[in-house]
Design a protein around this ligand. Structure first.
Ligand code: ASP
Ligand code: MG
Length: 412
């Protein structure tokens, strides 16, 4: 069997859904196809706004946003020839419980984006004459209750998913949600933003897929972001280790957690263009070509550089480091770069909502200063000329270079 994953951009409208159908038909086999889908377009962001409004007491704005989201889905359904209300009954009320913690409400609400997209797509494919099963990941993919970043329980999940697969009558397609799972006591959870790739990889691993394909709005894995760099080069073949490095440096192409479940079972990951389904795209595999032989530019946006200076002269790097990383870990910060000098330690982290509390905690031990509105540019396969070009006209806050890799913290 194979696993396909379609991201939000691929299914943002009715024509996207029709294109998905075309790709599914081109690839349907008797072994079955598992189709993992994200929320349509920017639905996840819109649902996040609903949660924010509710939590800050702006009920009317929450409701307006919610109605917009529902209307948008209804419009797509109608364009696809589906009857809202009879073919699919969308969630009526916002599942908000003021007694629950913010993050738990977030998961109950934000997960609906994937529920809606997969319901629409499953019913549409069914009406087009395909044999389809819709799977509800919150009942199958078991997680803990780390809301918004739930940790998957592999043994429970793989058993449930394998049993489900055995039980199916081998429909042409199983349509299911990426990004979401559920707890043993029946709450929905989410796996972290952009987590659908990871779901696809887990399903591939559990079901020993022959391959996992991510359908994207780019030709495959490129050496730079085409929105920033006009002249990009497609990398047709990569090793797992190079792909992991790319995604941890901030390449938006695949979620960082995606590779491990595939590498464990030596399952190739294909990245293909949604708009040109017969194109080769990129293939990440055990026998991939490596190291990558073109310079690769990776931007990680929205960074904050936090610098810690000892409060007294008894500064010991080792004990300070362990203190700092204890705090960073507790506050769920994502570190992108570390640098130390005789009396300071600097860390560059994603500027998330957890940062202010972490800085406060760090301030009890150190003198802390920070710079925000930064980006981290990683250049792999750099040369002195490439580095000079990259630095030109930019304000560089910090740079780290090794022979082949340069990392620049740049003011936005
Ligand atoms: N819909 C979720 C998000 O936008 C998951 C995903 O797209 O992978 O973060
Ligand atoms: Mg998405």
């Amino acid at each position: 069997m194979k696993v396909f994953k379609f991201g939000g951009a691929s299914v943002k409208d009715a024509s996207g859904v029709r294109n998905l159908e075309r790709i599914v038909r081109m690839n349907s086999t008797s072994d079955g196809l598992m189709v993992v889908v994200s929320a349509m377009g920017k639905t996840t962001n819109a649902l996040e706004r609903v949660v924010d409004y509710l939590e800050t007491g702006k009920e009317e704005m929450a409701l307006t946003q919610w109605v917009d989201i529902i209307d948008h889905h209804v419009a797509i359904m109608k364009e696809l020839g589906l009857q809202p209300g009879s073919d699919i009954r969308l969630q009526g009320e916002i599942p908000f419980d003021p007694a629950l913690p913010y993050d738990q409400n977030y998961d109950q609400i934000v997960s609906l984006g994937e529920i809606m997209s997969t319901q629409i797509i499953a019913v549409y494919l069914l009406k087009q004459g395909l044999s389809v099963e819709w799977w509800n990941m919150p009942k199958l993919l078991r997680t803990d209750s780390t809301w918004r970043e739930a940790v998957v329980d592999d043994s429970t999940s793989s058993a449930a998913i394998r049993a489900g697969w055995e039980r199916t009558n081998r429909p042409q397609v199983v349509v299911t949600q990426g990004f979401i799972g559920g707890t043993a006591d029946g709450y929905r959870t989410t796996l972290g933003r952009e987590g659908s790739d990871y779901t696809a990889a887990l399903l591939g691993n559990y079901l020993n897929a022959e391959s996992v394909t991510i359908w994207k709005d780019v030709p495959g894995i490129l050496n730079a972001d085409p929105r920033i760099e006009p002249n990009t080069i497609l990398i047709p073949s990569l090793r797992y280790q190079d792909a992991v490095e790319l995604s941890y440096s901030g390449a938006q192409i695949i979620h960082p957690k995606t590779i491990r479940p595939l590498e464990n079972k030596r399952i190739p990951l294909l990245v293909k263009p949604f708009g040109d389904p017969t194109a080769e795209g990129s293939r990440i595999a055990e026998d991939g070509v490596g190291p990558i032989n073109v310079p690769v530019y990776i931007w990680r946006k929205n960074q904050i550089l936090i610098t810690m200076r000892a409060k007294d002269f008894a500064f010991a790097l080792e004990s300070s480091l362990s203190e700092i990383f204890e705090i960073i870990h507790q506050h769920r910060l994502k570190v992108s770069l570390i640098q130390s000098s005789a009396v300071t330690i600097s860390v560059c982290v994603d500027n998330t909502r957890f940062v202010p509390a972490a800085i406060e905690a760090l301030q009890t031990h150190f003198n802390v200063s920070y710079n925000d509105h930064l980006s981290l540019l990683t250049i792999r396969g750099t040369t002195p000329e490439i580095l000079e070009q990259a630095k030109a006209g930019r304000t560089i806050m910090l740079s780290q270079t090794t022979r082949r890799t340069a990392r620049l913290v740049v003011k936005e």
